[in-house]
Design a protein around this ligand. Structure first.
Ligand SMILES: [Zn+2]
Length: 112
């Protein structure tokens, strides 16, 4: 249900877009309801919990693999700079960031 105030705001916008014309309450209510209905179907924002769960799930399975020695380092090193076996790369990851030392071409991110 659309509040009286929201309906008046809708009508004000409608009048701006249709200069010299007017819209009655029932038509405005029908149009505004249709607009909200389609927005609800099309635009589906996710909740913060869903967003966090998505990020957690995706990050948890990420490893950084050294292409030179094959060492796979789990992304979350709890802020400890962790080198691979050959020393070509180092990973420092925690919630919120992952820092890398080494040449970009020497490592890749893999999912496990
Ligand atoms: Zn290495």
């Amino acid at each position: 249900m659309i509040s009286k105030q929201a309906l008046e705001e809708y009508k004000a916008i409608w009048r701006k877009e249709n200069p010299g014309q007017d819209i009655d309450d029932q038509t405005a209510m029908d149009e505004a309801t249709a607009l909200l209905t389609i927005m609800d179907k099309v635009y589906r924002p996710i909740t913060k919990d869903e967003f966090d769960a998505y990020n957690k799930k995706n990050k948890k399975e990420a490893y950084i693999r050294c292409k030179k020695c094959g060492t796979e380092i789990y992304w979350n090193t709890h802020k400890k700079m962790t080198p691979c076996a050959c020393g070509a790369i180092s990973v420092d990851g925690t919630e919120g960031y992952i820092r890398m030392i080494g040449n970009k071409e020497d490592y890749e991110q893999i999912q496990k």
